[in-house]
Design a protein around this ligand. Sequence first.
Ligand SMILES: [Zn+2]
Length: 378
Amino acid sequence: MSDTLELARDLIARPSLTPDDAGCQRMMAERLAVLGFRIEHLRFNGVDNLWARRGDARPLFVFAGHTDVVPTGPVGKWHSPPFEPTLRDGMLYGRGAADMKGSLAAMVTACERFVAAHPAHRGAIGFLITSDEEGPSVDGTVRVVETLVARGESMDWCLVGEPTCVKQLGDTIKNGRRGSLTGLLTVRGKQGHVAYPQLADNPVHRAAAALAELIAIRWDEGNAHFPPTSLQIANIHAGTGASNVIPGELVAQFNLRYSTQQTHAGIMARVHALLDHHGLDYSLEWTHSGAPFLTQPGVLSQAVQHAVRDCAGIEAELSTSGGTSDGRFIAPTGAQVIELGPLNASIHQVDECVAVADLDRLSAIYQRVLELLLVEER
Ligand SMILES: [Zn+2]
């Protein structure tokens, strides 16, 4: 069994449901300490985070990721228990196999081989690992980044191990992510009897036209790096359950995934103007969970693409699709941020899995990235 597979199995066997790290970070830290990493366990409000660094020089290359996993869903639907790592037909099954304990194992073993071959590499290597990525993401990466910024510790390059690939390991790397903005809209009317509409004010009727206009907006066409901005209504509620009552209020929740063609302030202003135009009595609460970020093609993206070419024999495509990631907290520091991890087809699902061969290949790619960035040309 390869080192990477063995470590991935040990990590999966620890049921680290957000925000519980279940000892995963200590297991990684022990391996890194042996390599000469300085270890810091940063705990914020019950959330475990690991910051490990080898070397004081710049440039600083950082592997970033999370040890926490999402809930298993119905355990009975799994073909093997979610926290018992199981090999079947060349695949490793278990919660977190692809998102992202396989990547964490590959990062550690890549470093072990790299440091053995290049103990006096240039620059420094860091690990920024949280147990609060799948949850509120309040006491995780963002707090570690604040800590590093406060002490003037700057990252130059950051490789996030999120599962980015679609059909084949290495086919897709992320060089940014869209922003995410959620609105909770309450439209007020006046409850009454459906037979006496003149005595009531139906908020469903009032909201319908405004919502129709809202979903018809073409926000932008995207740009070279981003798909078009999209708005989706996620929840809508009104009514008492009775067929003879006009409801007093309608509540709708919608989410925008937006490109760098928009700002969250601009989107909010446009939605308010639309609702005001319809003369609604409403309130609207916003949650902005992440601004869009983009790493322009450059030293890091080229090194990752080069490594994929060397180790997987394919050309990695740059993409900004999918949900947001903790990269949104790291990119604003000025670091280049690229994400590369296993296939994402099974993440958050029952029977989550990763190909065993991909674990070793991913580790080889990560090692190659270190060589390309931290070994002087000669
Ligand atoms: Zn993840």
